[in-house]
Design a protein around this ligand. Sequence first.
Ligand code: 4NP
Length: 155
Amino acid sequence: MHTKPSVLFVCLGNICRSPLAEAAFCKAAEEASLDVLVDSAGTAAYHVGKAPDPRSIREAAQHGIGISHYRGRQIAREDFDRFTHIFALDESNLSDILEIAPSGTSAHIGLLMDVIEGNSGIEVADPYYGGEAGFATTWEDVSQAAAALVRILQR
Ligand code: 4NP
């Protein structure tokens, strides 16, 4: 028997990239009628309880998705039991996740862009210190990964 897939997207602050990954994947899964639980978290606690960055809110809105109700949270040990898949947005996030992963966790833990064939080792760049254009690039990355991930989970 298959358990329902559950996917957690993890970046540093949980206010820029992982909320966009969550939004893009929710939309792609819904369009594909894929029944899946989706959430996002940060490795750091700086923005716990905060809404996404206004630039991420604007970017998601341009694609018809409201994310202003999302709230930042930090990844916790329980997440390794609750989620079947945990995806890091960059290598630094991945090493931080692996550091706190309980030994023997059955969650699949990997770099998000690796779900796209031929994309091994590619990171979703941190747009926090740049301009609006970086958020459009983030959206392109995470929406491509979301589409690939839907196809993987439909198999
Ligand atoms: P995120 O971006 O990891 O994509 O949410 C960042 C958000 C906040 C900070 C860094 C990156 N910060 O240093 O506060």
